[in-house]
Design a protein around this ligand. Structure first.
Ligand code: SAH
Length: 352
């Protein structure tokens, strides 16, 4: 929580802070901006700023619920089992997934990790039995964990290093005539860059997400200790990449990430190639990182679309459009990836 009151515009707080103490880190800027953003409103859907996969179609949550139920059944149907969702948004994915899982006998305890009080009310309406947590530390330590995070890791603050004429520096947020602009920090950061990368050309930017690394570390440890499986779904890449992927979305349009802190959704691409080894370092199984289109197709989204269309022919065109949006190569099918993790001894998964 910042020292100022919630009514104080975030721009004014940042301007004072930078004017008095110099540039702030990108992670500070993103963290405060997104805390404001998600605390203030429900940004999803056609009337909001962006739309996510579970809001596009019930098929998304249903197929994930079936994936979880299949793993749970083949792992021996433990009665005490936890469904854990990170950043559940409107609770739509959980509602659809739990509905599908229930048909196969899976009725887990439901835990939501969420910091936005505004969204908690919406989530309560969708899944009244859920228990809320601020972070993973209060999730029970006994019983397998079935964990889902859709578009959660991309909302966590990134840090960036930039190569300047004077060596590597942290990329910070400064002020130029009242506007926020990226600037190179004053302190040398060469030691923070892997040796193999130090000679990169001037202007090279390296991005990391310590928050995502910490979450995957914790989840992998829980899976190893308690059993279970996890799916992290986000837009991103499965090989390291240079450059800034920070972006801002406001009312379905990309805007300058430095233009309206707290009023636009700030996200960055997830570097899945950095996360898999973190999970493995804890003895957890990495099931793979696959494009969302491939994952949903192998779980049967095409047959599910046809079955729903047969029940409600008047919705056939809308169902086909939603399916294409979720799996189309120029839409979400390739850019979005699904990373699966499982406890040692848990079954081979579908979809990977
Ligand atoms: N999974 C949902 C929402 C994605 S948006 C969907 O697919 O529709 C990101 C979600 O993560 C929001 O619910 C937001 O409030 C939550 N969130 C962002 N940062 C968080 C943090 N540090 N801790 C817990 N929740 C966070």
């Amino acid at each position: 929580m910042s020292a100022a009151t919630a009514a104080d515009p975030l721009e004014a707080i940042f301007q004072r802070l930078i004017a008095n103490h110099g540039p702030i880190s990108l992670a500070h800027y993103i963290g405060e901006s997104n805390a404001r953003y998600y605390a203030a409103k429900d940004p999803f859907g056609a009337g909001g700023d962006f739309i996510t996969a579970p809001e596009i179609s019930q098929m998304f949550g249903e197929l994930i619920g079936l994936w979880l139920a299949d793993m749970w059944i083949r792992a021996g149907r433990k009665e005490l089992v936890h469904y854990v969702e990170l950043g559940p948004g409107r609770g739509t994915l959980a509602r659809d997934a739990l509905g599908a899982a229930r048909r196969y006998g899976l009725e887990p305890k439901v835990h939501f990790v969420e910091t936005s009080t505004e969204l908690k009310d919406v989530q309560l309406a969708a899944v009244p039995s859920a228990i809320w947590h601020h972070d993973l530390s209060t999730i029970p330590l006994y019983g397998p964990v079935l964990l889902i995070a859709n578009e959660f890791l991309d909302a966590l603050p990134v840090r960036q290093l930039v190569k300047t004429a004077g060596g590597w520096r942290e990329r910070m947020v400064g002020l130029d005539r009242g506007s926020f602009v990226p600037v190179a920090g004053a302190q040398p950061m060469d030691a923070a860059v892997p040796e193999a990368r130090r000679d990169a050309p001037e202007g090279t930017i390296i991005e990391t997400c310590p928050g995502a690394a910490a979450v995957v570390y914790e989840v992998a440890g829980r899976l190893v200790e308690q059993g279970g499986a996890a799916l992290f779904i986000d837009y991103g890449h499965d090989a390291p990449r240079d450059g800034s992927s920070l972006q801002a979305v406001h009312r379905h349009r990309k805007v300058d990430p430095f233009a309206m802190p707290g009023a636009a959704d700030l996200t960055a691409h997830v570097d899945f190639s950095a996360l898999a080894p973190i999970a493995q370092s804890r003895g957890c199984r990495w099931l793979g990182t696959v494009p969302q289109g491939l994952f949903l197709r192998s779980l049967g989204i095409e047959a599910r679309t046809e079955a729903l269309a047969a029940q409600a022919p008047q919705h056939a065109a809308a169902l086909a459009a939603a399916r294409d949006r979720l799996i189309g190569e120029g839409q979400m099918g390739l850019l979005f990836k699904v990373m699966g993790l499982a406890a040692p001894g848990w079954p081979e998964p579908a979809g990977f």
